[in-house]
Design a protein around this ligand. Sequence first.
Ligand code: IDP
Ligand code: MG
Length: 151
Amino acid sequence: MSAERTYLMVKPDGVQRGLCGEIVSRFEKKGLKLVAVKFTVIPKATAENHYGEHKGKKFYDSLISYITSGPVLAMVWEGDGAVAVCRNIMGKTNPQESAPGTIRGDFGMVTGMNLIHGSDSVESAAREISIFFRPEELMTYDRSADAWIYE
Ligand code: IDP
Ligand code: MG
C-alpha cells in the first residue's frame, strides 16, 4: 500500500445544497483516510493560483467567481492510488456524462456546477495541497480499520 494523497474540495454548490456529509461519506466508506479538512471561503488570488492552468479559457472568469462565491470544504485524503480512485468516485467533469453512482453523476446537471474538485495527478495533488494547507495541518495517524481494508 502506498500512501498517496489527493486534494478534494466540496465546491460552493455542494455546500449550499447540503451535500457535504453525503460526499465525505463516499470517500470515507470507500476506505480512503482523511488527512486534513478546512471549511473556508477561498480568496480570489488563491483561486487564481489553484486554477492557473485554466487562465484564458472562456469559462475562467465564471469559474473563479463560482469557486469564491461561498464556503468550500477543503480536504486531503490518503490511500493506495488515491488520486485516480477519487477521480473515479467524482465522475467526469460534465455531470451529464458522469456515470450514475458517481458524485457528479448522481447530483449534478451542468459542468459549471459540478459539486467537487479533485486533483488530476500526484504532482497536481502536491501543488494543490500546499496551496490550501500548511504541513502541520496534515495528520499522520494509524487507523485500525486499515488492517481490514488492505491485504
Ligand atoms: P475537473 O474539475 O474535472 O478536473 P477541469 O477541466 O480541470 O475539470 O476544469 C476545472 C473546473 O472548471 C471544472 O470542474 C468546472 O467547474 C469548470 N469548467 C470546466 N469546463 C467548463 C465549461 O466548459 N463550462 C463551465 N465550467 C467549466
Ligand atoms: Mg482539473
